[in-house]
Design a protein around this ligand. Structure first.
Ligand code: ZN
Length: 64
């Protein structure tokens, strides 16, 4: 039973996205890392446009 898929918002994982500007963004779920990344992009990189899929592709999920 150890190969069951882990829920996207599993509390044992944290999502991390290293922005090219050097900022490390963290979220507790897919939704949170997407929200945080979009907020960061809008504030610091208004010329960049990313969608949810791009952010999740770039983000890495770590076990806490
Ligand atoms: Zn950045």
């Amino acid at each position: 039973m150890s190969d069951q898929p882990v829920a996207a918002d599993h509390p044992g994982y944290v999502w991390v996205l290293d922005c090219p500007c050097g900022e490390r963004l963290r979220g507790d779920s897919e939704d949170e890392i997407v929200d945080i990344s979009l907020a960061h992009l809008g504030e610091r990189h208004p010329d960049l446009e990313y969608e949810r899929d791009h952010i999740l592709f770039m983000a890495t999920k770590f076990r806490r």
